[in-house]
Design a protein around this ligand. Sequence first.
Ligand code: UD1
Ligand code: CA
Length: 461
Amino acid sequence: MAAGKGTRMKSRLPKVLHLLAGRALLAHVVDTAAQLSARQVVVISGHGAAEVESALAPLSGAGAAFDLRFVRQEPQLGTGHAVQQAVPVLADDGVVVVLSGDVPLIRAETLRELIATCGGDKLALLTIDFADPTGYGRIVRQGDAVQAIVEQKDASAEQRAITEVYSGIMALPARQLKRWLARLDKNNAQGEYYLTDIVKSAVADGMPVLGHRISDPLQVAGINSPLQLAELERAWQLRTARELMEQGVRLADPARLDVRGILRCAQDVSIDVNCVFEGEVTLGEGVKVGANCVIANATIGAAAVIHPFTHIEGGKPGSKDFIEVGAGALVGPFARLRPGARLGAEVHIGNFVEVKNSTLAKGAKANHLAYLGDATVGERVNFGAGSITANYDGAFKHRTVIEADAHIGSNCVLVAPVTIGAGGTVGGGSTITKDTPAGALSVARGKQVSIANWKRPSKPR
Ligand code: UD1
Ligand code: CA
């Protein structure tokens, strides 16, 4: 169910498209459903339907692991009405699991337990005890058997005292779901078709209704406001931080880490405060990440050090834009590695150095204020302070090749396409437009002139 407006988010963006840990709330839920090897996943959209559908489109189509279908609920007349819209696309056999697009952290494991509780012929409700159950549907039991779910607004004072609540997630046989949906009415405090009313039909038809009670509130936390979104984000990040620490990762402060994707760490990795990891990042053994780094889609080799305030922004894993940093490399502080930066072992990239779509072989160094774009840099090259590759002629990008052991002085411009021969030296301040021979000193700048006893202009006294 993802049709609700999410009024309290006070946003143009449909609620289910807000991000948690870098992914849309609804994408979390669809991913989890996919892990159940569901025959199909049906998304019921309504508010902002077109936007919701196009945001999820990348998860469907050829090559998708499951069949993703969209149905629309317009207008939105309640959760029962929402599920009614899915009836035409649901097979009669099998089990339906109803999930909420705004309850993002439910785990596949828990849903497998719920499906086992359903067993193909029972109604299984996922429930939890809340010290403050305000706003939730209450689970009314007689002995162990569930009799009804009563919504907050319809509940008596006695029912409101019940602390076991319905999470919004249930599993049941499709055939009965369809039958009971047809019986719903809106004779209730909100004038809505409540999905939760099917419990009464199940009881009337003699089907067992079982509550599967869990204790982890994060899994059933729903998001209605920016505050709840931020709180769930922090709770999730703290959980991720703890898992990393259990694997031995040293976090300076588990409360100051953000992983918006997948972070894999080998042994003895340490991460200082306020680092953000996006996409897929792998940190090799003994890697140290300084404070305030943002690292996306990159593999960092063993014992490399990423100094504070470094921005590493790789593209998709497996693409030419993914970033590799070799073992023992030193990067930053204040360095910027852009898509396609590939640094070999022991490469040094210092402060205010930008590297884009360039390969630097083992031991190459660019320590200060430099730009390497579309360059192939050989082993042990030293790229001087303030030097750049001029890779763009206004229409096309060109490559610069700097062969092994070349030494580029300070403040040079290497105008691509150009090759600097192995072991050659480029004098500081040179603008190099032609290939340079191996082993030579190449200088391309105005010759130094000194005029003896030069008198500066002065004002008449
Ligand atoms: C619902 C349950 C309540 C439960 C709570 C858990 C009902 C009647 N009540 O209440 O027992 O404790 O969830 O969070 O089901 N939606 C639609 N179309 C609609 C209305 C809602 O798609 O017409 C979607 C929303 O986008 C959301 C989900 O259904 O993803 C739940 O809707 P919401 O309004 O939050 O339900 P609650 O009133 O919280
Ligand atoms: Ca509601």
